[in-house]
Design a protein around this ligand. Structure first.
Ligand code: FAD
Ligand code: SF4
Ligand code: SF4
Length: 475
C-alpha cells in the first residue's frame, strides 16, 4: 500500500483542467474537464489514509473517502466505484456540485500545508468511468414486494429514496409537476456546473429499474394528499422549496424584473432543445441587455454566469454585504469574475426606475454594522449614497421559502413549522400523518444536493422499517 499512497509530499495538488473563460462563455458545457485514469490515480495517491478521516466525518453522506481513494490509487476502479456507490446514489453529481471547500476537502488534514486531496474530482472520475465501462446497471431487486410507495418530487431527495426503496423490492411511483425528472438538478442548476445528460443518465436508469414516473403531475391539482395516501402504503414528500423571496421597493412591478428560477428554468429548457416562448420573445433572455442580478448566493452566481453566456451587454451582481461575507461559494465568485461579471459589493436596491419596463436600478451604498443575532455584521445603508445602474433585465435571486403545502395539497392536517417547512420526527422522518414521510429542502429549508440525498436515504430506511412493521401486524 505504501507504494501507492501518502504521496502528498512529492505530488502537488492538481485539479482537472479548467476551460479558459473566453472559451467557456461561448457555451453551457461544464467548466472543468475530467481526470484521465493516470491523473485520477496520481491525485488519489496523495491521500495520507488518516486514522481519523476528517474528510469522511464532514461528508454529509459519510462517504468512505480514504477507502475509495486507496482503491483508485491501486487501479481497482470497479471496487472503488462500488465503495463510492454504497453510500451515495449520485457520486458523479456530488463530485461536480458539492461545495467541497466547505465539506470534505475543506477538512482534509493535508489542506493547510500541501493543499487538500481533490476528493470531489476523483469521485466524479470514479463514477463517470463506471458508467463508461458499463458497470452501472438497472436495479434488479431480489424480491418483488406488493407494497407501493408514492414519492412527491423527483429531485435528489425523492430520487435517492426511490432508488433505495426499489433495491428493496418495493413498487415505487414518483410524481412531479415538471415534464422532466431531476428537480433542481435538471431545471435549476445550469449546464456549466452540471451537464443535463449526467442527470438524465441517472433518472433513465431508475426508469429502467421499474420505477414509475408520473410527470406533469401536480399534487394538489391532479390528486390531493389523501388520494395518494389511499393509493400507496407509504408516501414521501420531497417537494423542495419554490416560493421566491420578494423585494418591497418602488418600481418592483415594472416589466423585465424576473425571478431567478423562472430565468434559469427557461435557459435550461432552451439548452435541452425546448421551445420556450418567453425566451424567444426576449423576456427571459439576456442577449444584448444590461443585466442586474440582486442577491449573493449560489442562485445569483448561476444567473450572472447564465446571462454572460446568453450574450448580455453587461452583467452586474448587487449584494448588500462584501466579498468575505457573501453566501455564494468562493470558487463560483471567482469563476464569475473571470467570465466578466462585475460585482457591486455593499450595495442595496432602493428602487427600480423606468416607465413600463425597468430601465435602471437605484442602489445605495451599505456598510457593515454591529453583529446581529446570528453573529454576522448587519448591513446598514449609508445616507445620501444612491446611484443608478443601467438595467434592461433585473433578476431577483433572494432565496426561496416553502410553498403552503397544507393548502396546496388540500391537507390542512399536515403539520408545518412557522417557516412552512414540513415538521418531521427527526429519528423516523415521519410527519404527523401516519405513513407520510418528508425529506430534503422541504424539511431543512433551502440546502444542498448532498443533504437532500442523505435525507432521501434516511427516509427510505424509515419507510422500509415502517412497512415491515405494518406487514408484521397484518400477518
Ligand atoms: P428539489 O430538487 O427542489 O426537487 C423537488 C421536486 O418536487 C421538483 O422536481 C418539483 O417539481 C417537485 N414538486 C414540488 N411541488 C410539487 C407538487 N405539488 N406536485 C408534484 N411535484 C412537485 N446545491 C448544491 O449542493 N450545489 C449547487 O451547486 C447548488 N446549486 C443550486 C443552484 C440553484 C439555482 C438552486 C435553486 C439550488 C442549488 N442548490 C445547489 C441547492 C439544491 O439544488 C437543493 O438543495 C436540492 O435540489 C434539494 O433537493 P430536493 O429533492 O429536496 O428538492
Ligand atoms: Fe465531498 Fe460531497 Fe463527495 Fe461527500 S458527497 S465526498 S462532501 S463531494
Ligand atoms: Fe485522505 Fe485528506 Fe481524508 Fe486524510 S482527510 S483520509 S488525507 S482525503
Amino acid at each position: 500500500m505504501a507504494d501507492d499512497l501518502l504521496k502528498f509530499v512529492s505530488i502537488d495538488q492538481k485539479m482537472p483542467e479548467k476551460r479558459k473563460a473566453e472559451e467557456r462563455v461561448g457555451d453551457f458545457d461544464e467548466v472543468y474537464a475530467r481526470y484521465n485514469i493516470e491523473g485520477a490515480e496520481e491525485q488519489a495517491s496523495r491521500c495520507s489514509q488518516c486514522g481519523v478521516p476528517f474528510c469522511h466525518i464532514h461528508c454529509p453522506l459519510g462517504n468512505n473517502i480514504p477507502d475509495w481513494l486507496r482503491l483508485t490509487a491501486e487501479n481497482r476502479l470497479e471496487e472503488a466505484y462500488e465503495m463510492a456507490a454504497s453510500t451515495n446514489n449520485m457520486p458523479e453529481i456530488c463530485g461536480r456540485i458539492c461545495p467541497q471547500d466547505r465539506l470534505c476537502e475543506g477538512n482534509c488534514v493535508i489542506e493547510k500545508d500541501f493543499k487538500s486531496v481533490t476528493i470531489g474530482s476523483v469521485e466524479k472520475f470514479i463514477t463517470d468511468n463506471a458508467w463508461e465501462q458499463g458497470w452501472i446497471k438497472p436495479i434488479t431487486p431480489r424480491v418483488e414486494l406488493k407494497e407501493s410507495v408514492g414519492i412527491i418530487g423527483a429531485g435528489p431527495a425523492g430520487l435517492a429514496a426511490a432508488e433505495e426503496l426499489r433495491k428493496a423490492g418495493f413498487q415505487v411511483h414518483i410524481y412531479d409537476r415538471h415534464d422532466r425528472a431531476g428537480g433542481l438538478l435538471i431545471y435549476g442548476i445550469p449546464g456549466f456546473k452540471l451537464e443535463k445528460d449526467v442527470v438524465e443518465r441517472r433518472t433513465g436508469r431508475l426508469e429502467q429499474s421499474g420505477i414509475t414516473f408520473h410527470l406533469d403531475f401536480e399534487v394538489g391539482d391532479e390528486a390531493g394528499l389523501s388520494e395518494l395516501r389511499e393509493k400507496h402504503d407509504a408516501l414521501l414528500i420531497a417537494t423542495g422549496v419554490y416560493r421566491a423571496r420578494g423585494l418591497k421597493v418602488p418600481g418592483v412591478g415594472l416589466g423585465n424584473i424576473r425571478e431567478a428560477l423562472d430565468y434559469l428554468t427557461a435557459s435550461n429548457k432552451v439548452g435541452m432543445g425546448d421551445d420556450v416562448p418567453e425566451y424567444n420573445d426576449g423576456s427571459l433572455n439576456a442577449t444584448g441587455k444590461n443585466v442586474v442580478v440582486i442577491g449573493g448566493g449560489d442562485t445569483a452566481m448561476d444567473c450572472v454566469r447564465t446571462a454572460v453566456r446568453q450574450g448580455a451587454k453587461s452583467v452586474k451582481c448587487v449584494y448588500r454585504r462584501d466579498r468575505e461575507n457573501m453566501p455564494g461559494s468562493v470558487r463560483e465568485v471567482q469563476n464569475a469574475e473571470e467570465e466578466g461579471v462585475e460585482f457591486v459589493w455593499l450595495a442595496g436596491p432602493e428602487a427600480f426606475t423606468g416607465d413600463d419596463v425597468v430601465e435602471g436600478v437605484r442602489v445605495y451604498e451599505m456598510r457593515l454594522g454591529a453583529p446581529d443575532a446570528t453573529g454576522r455584521q448587519a448591513p446598514e445603508p449609508v445616507p445620501n449614497s444612491s446611484y443608478t445602474l443601467d438595467c434592461d433585465l433585473a433578476i431577483l435571486a433572494l432565496g426561496f421559502e416553502p410553498e403552503d403545502l397544507p393548502a396546496m395539497f388540500g391537507a390542512p392536517e399536515l403539520r408545518v413549522t412557522r417557516w412552512g417547512t414540513v415538521t418531521v420526527d427527526h429519528q423516523s422522518m415521519m410527519t404527523n400523518l401516519d405513513g407520510v414521510f418528508a425529506a430534503g429542502d422541504i424539511v431543512r429549508g433551502a440546502s444542498l444536493v448532498v443533504w437532500a440525498i442523505r435525507d432521501g436515504r434516511d427516509a427510505a430506511d424509515s419507510i422500509k422499517k415502517y412497512l415491515k412493521e405494518k406487514a408484521r401486524q397484518v400477518a
